[in-house]
Write a protein that binds this ligand. Sequence first.
Ligand SMILES: [Zn+2]
Length: 168
Amino acid sequence: MALSLFQRIGFVLRGGQKHSRTRVTTTMSDKTFDEAELRERLSPEQFAVTQHAATERAFTGEYWDVWEDGTYHCIVCDEALFSSETKFDAHCGWPSFDRALSDDKVGEKRDLSHGMVRVESVCGKCGAHLGHVFPDGPTDTGLRYCMNSASLRLATDDESTSEGETTA
Ligand SMILES: [Zn+2]
C-alpha cells in the first residue's frame, strides 16, 4: 500500500513536468494591477521583467553592485521583500540575497522555460516576477535569490531619517 502511494506521488510529480510552464496556485493574496497603469508607471524593462518574467542583462541593472543599507521593495506593489543585510556578491551581475525578509514575502513557482528546471521567485503580495532562487548559496541558508534590479526599489535607511521626516 505504501509503495502504491509513492508511485502515485511520483506520477503526480512527473505529470506536472509535462506543462511547459506550471503556474502554481499558492495561498498568497495576489493583488492585481491595471496593465495600462503599470505600463505608464514602470519603465519598459521593469514592465517586461515583472509582468512577463523577462531577465535584465547581467551587470546592467541598478542594484547588482549597490551595498547601501536599506530595504528592497517590490517595484510594482512596494511590499518590502529583502534586507540589504542579506545581500551578497554572487559575482553574477544581479542583486543576490540569501533569504527573503520572511517566508511569505517571496513566493515560488516552478519554471520549466528555456529547457531548464528552475524555481521562479515572485512577489508574495502581487505576484510580480522577481527572478529565480537557486540552491547553491554560500551562506547557512544555502539559497541564492538571484533577482532582477528592475523588480526592486531600494529604500535606503538614510531615506527614512532624512529631512523629509523631521520638522524643524
Ligand atoms: Zn509586489
